[in-house]
Every structure is written in structure tokens, then in C-alpha cells.
Design a protein. Structure first.
Length: 179
């Protein structure tokens, strides 16, 4: 067997098929986005990944350390940058390009994060709408069954749809600034 029905070595319950389906859909979307990314975006991401790795640190320790050791005259090699002006220029230019690649990758990741936040908001709004409808339905059933809890005045408020614009307007009112 495979998937959620596969036997487990521990007492964990199987993962619901809908969860597996959602994970598969998200992973497929990520693969599609990765393939659809342009050459420039893929190059910027690859450079950013490398620049954020320990291999990058080791390479720089080796190159810059060697540069410094040679130009301090500690090795029997001819000094090619005794004032370290060229080293400073190379490091500055490298920093400019690496920071640019990092910013490109961050901008792309921010755009993806915005898309995910929009999706989260849509799912939350849909869930809130569904819960509101269910609450109204259950309240009506409770009233017909003459259950005391059905007379709770808060249920009337909670069972009305609240447009998200009103929530945003309320959040933006003076005196409601974030602390």
C-alpha cells in the first residue's frame, strides 16, 4: 500500500487524503513556478543561494586570505597589490553585485509571499462565510428545538456576514495604530 493507507511503524493516524492532495497541488505549483521563472530570475536565485552558502565563505577565506598573505610579503611570491587598493575595489564591486542579486531574489520571494497572503485571505474569508452560514443554520435549528443557548444575543451578531472592508476600515480608525 502507498499514501495515507500505508502501514506505519508507530501509532500516528494516517494523513487525510485531502491533505495529501493539497500538498501535492502546492508542490506542483512550486515546480511550475520554478520552471516558468525566467533565466535571469533562476540565475539570480542560484547566485544568491551560492552567496549564502558556507562554500562561498570558504572560497572567500581562501581567495582573500591568499591575496592578503601574498601582498603582505609573507610568501616568496611577487606582491601584486601591496596597498590593497585593488582588493578593496574587487570586494566593493563584488558586494554591489551580490547585494543586487539578493535584492532581485528577495523581490521575487516577496511577490510570491504576497500571492500566498492573498490566497490565505481568500481561504479565510471563505471559511468565515461558511462558518457564518453554519452558525445561522445551527441557531435556527436550536430555536426550533427550543434550546436556551439559541437565545444568546451574541449569536445574532456572529451569524451576520461582515464585509472585510468594514473590518479594514475599523482597523484604520484613529487610535487603532499598531504598537
Amino acid at each position: 500500500m502507498s499514501g495515507p493507507e500505508a502501514p506505519r511503524g508507530n501509532d500516528e493516524p494516517p494523513i487525510a487524503q485531502v491533505v495529501d492532495r493539497n500538498i501535492d497541488a502546492l508542490m506542483q505549483r512550486r515546480r511550475e513556478k520554478s520552471v516558468a521563472a525566467g533565466l535571469q530570475d533562476r540565475a539570480a536565485d542560484a547566485i544568491t543561494r551560492f552567496a549564502g552558502s558556507m562554500m562561498f565563505v570558504y572560497l572567500h577565506l581562501l581567495v582573500y586570505g591568499g591575496w592578503i598573505v601574498v601582498n603582505l610579503g609573507w610568501l616568496p611570491l611577487r606582491r601584486f597589490d601591496p596597498t590593497f587598493v585593488v582588493l578593496a575595489m574587487v570586494a566593493s564591486v563584488e558586494a554591489i553585485f551580490i547585494s543586487t542579486f539578493v535584492l532581485i531574489s528577495q523581490n521575487r520571494m516577496a511577490a510570491l509571499a504576497d500571492q500566498r497572503a492573498d490566497l490565505d485571505l481568500q481561504v479565510s474569508l471563505l471559511g468565515e462565510h461558511e462558518i457564518t452560514k453554519l452558525l445561522a443554520l445551527v441557531t435556527e435549528i436550536a430555536k426550533r428545538m427550543d434550546i436556551d443557548a439559541a437565545r444568546d444575543p451574541e449569536l445574532g451578531e456572529l451569524s451576520r456576514n461582515l464585509p472585510p472592508e468594514r473590518v479594514l476600515d475599523r482597523m484604520e480608525q484613529p487610535g487603532r495604530e499598531a504598537t
